[in-house]
Design a protein around this ligand. Structure first.
Ligand SMILES: [Zn+2]
Length: 478
């Protein structure tokens, strides 16, 4: 989390997410979870120091005193999560929370011959992301979004997706270069559809013109979904162009791809000499382009808007930045770009407002994460203005539960992009329970909720009984 003040003394809480990292499993290159937490804490500490030393460069300032305290790994990963919804209250303890809040992480390539079976490696990722509490209870590490790997050309690719999703993986990474598969191929499209069924995103390694090919694959996938009468999967299809800038900071086809409502880009490999070009082009991504996506262009604006709003909460005011996510490729060499990029984004040179910054730093990536909250009527609410209250609450949950399963983030896009609340789901004697945590600062009903759990989709008041918009789409394409 990065807490800053702007030039009007307004405090901003930026939830920080790295959308591209590699975890160390089975001897593959990567970092251990605790290494991520401490490394990123130190990077943010350095940036904060620079912000105080070079006040004329930075738009934002950090007027709080930093103590020596370095986050304790277990505390940070579990108990301290409540602080995500307590921006102002935590200023006095900020040393403890400074750093990156979440990491999207996946294994590196396995050296096996093609096609590759990643199932064993994926399972190792899940194991590594299970933490033992001081009382030796296993809990899912809530700071990490573990992604699996899948080679779409493997005959068990769909099983790899299914078993990974069942284990709680939050997405899948595909690497067209090292697994030498064609991006716009039947195999890839089948994997994309399966991922959409699980409501989880795909991230692709891309370089040169691969982003353009991925755009074509997404368009074709949507056309197929329409033909197959699986229209409900369209807003669950979430595709991230990894290393987006490697496709060319001045490549109009990259920005065309990013304007598609199902496509996002991640910033690793962006070089300082291209910052201005990249963000000038990115700012041109227009909300209106959403309505031109193939298969959907014949629908009314309202219908398209509502369909995508349910899963992505798009707002016309910051559509461009809600397509871009911060990423580093740690611990691979593009990660050297991390500090200069953070510095640039916080400087006067960055051509966006605080919502754009919040999107790029974390909100864009968080919106893509699947939700796992138990959606029964038993979601209990806890609202408080005090961090301590929720820390005690977290202890109670740990005490009561056999396992903490996951976290769902409630995100608001308008008027500002920010985290509005969290839902923690845990297991009590084999029964799932979820607790909704909101801060006193947002005690009015949160507006523009992202409903991540699309199982509620058919029952939403916008589409009673799942009817309405999809019939419209069918009518228009037949
Ligand atoms: Zn990578």
């Amino acid at each position: 989390m990065l807490l800053v003040k702007d030039e009007y003394e307004q405090i901003h809480t930026f939830i920080m997410v790295d959308a591209h990292t590699h975890i160390k499993v089975e001897g593959l290159k990567g970092l251990l979870p605790s290494e991520f937490v401490s490394r990123y804490h130190h990077t943010i500490r350095e940036i904060v120091k620079e912000m105080n030393e070079k006040k004329d460069i930075f738009r934002y300032s950090f007027p709080w005193k930093l103590k020596k305290h370095v986050p304790d790994f277990y505390e940070f990963c579990q108990r301290d999560l409540y602080t995500l919804v307590h921006s102002e209250d935590i200023a006095k303890n900020i040393s403890r929370y400074l750093g990156f809040d979440f990491f999207i992480t996946f294994p590196s390539d396995i050296p096996d011959p093609l096609p590759r079976d990643y199932r064993r490696v994926n399972e190792s990722v899940r194991q590594l992301l299970t933490e033992k509490s001081p009382k030796r209870k296993p809990h899912n590490n809530l700071r990490f979004f573990g992604f699996g790997r899948v080679d779409p050309n493997h005959s068990d690719a769909l099983d790899t997706v299914d078993s990974g999703a069942q284990m709680g993986m939050k997405g899948f990474k595909m690497h067209p270069k090292s697994e030498s598969f064609k991006i716009n191929s039947k195999n890839v499209r089948n994997v994309l559809k399966r991922l959409a069924e699980h409501d989880i995103p795909a991230i692709f390694h891309t370089q040169e013109e691969m982003g353009e090919k991925l755009h074509k694959a997404v368009v074709k996938t949507i056309e197929e979904l329409i033909k197959e009468d699986k229209l409900d999967l369209i807003p669950r299809l979430k595709v991230i162009i990894g290393h987006a800038p490697w496709n060319g900071a001045d490549n109009p086809k990259l920005f065309k791809a990013l304007s598609h409502p199902n496509i996002f880009g991640e910033l690793s490999t962006l070089k300082p000499e291209s910052y201005e070009t990249f963000f000038t082009n990115a700012r041109e991504i227009d909300y209106g382009e959403m309505f031109e996506a193939p298969g959907l262009e014949s629908l009314s604006r309202k219908e398209v808007e509502e369909m995508y709003f349910l899963s992505f909460g798009y707002s016309r005011h910051n559509y461009w930045s809600s397509k871009i996510a911060f990423g580093t490729d740690n611990p691979y060499p593009p990660a050297y770009g991390m500090r200069p990029l953070l510095r640039y984004l916080l400087s006067w040179d960055f051509p966006g407002n605080c919502s754009d910054l919040a999107n790029i730093f974390g909100i864009t990536a968080l919106k893509l994460m699947p939700h796992g909250a138990f959606s029964g009527k038993d979601i209990g609410g806890k609202v408080s203005g005090a961090v301590e209250f929720h820390e005690i609450g977290m202890e109670e949950i740990e005490e009561r539960s056999t396992r903490i399963l996951g976290i769902d983030l409630i995100i608001e896009s308008f008027p500002v992009a920010r985290l509005n609340g969290i839902v923690i789901t845990y297991l009590v004697n084999g029964r799932k329970e979820s607790v909704f945590v909101n801060s006193l600062f947002d005690k009015s009903a949160p507006k523009n909720l992202i409903r991540g759990n699309l199982f509620d989709f058919s029952r939403s008041k916008l589409y009673p009984n799942g009817e309405g918009v999809f019939e419209e789409i069918e009518k228009n394409i037949s």
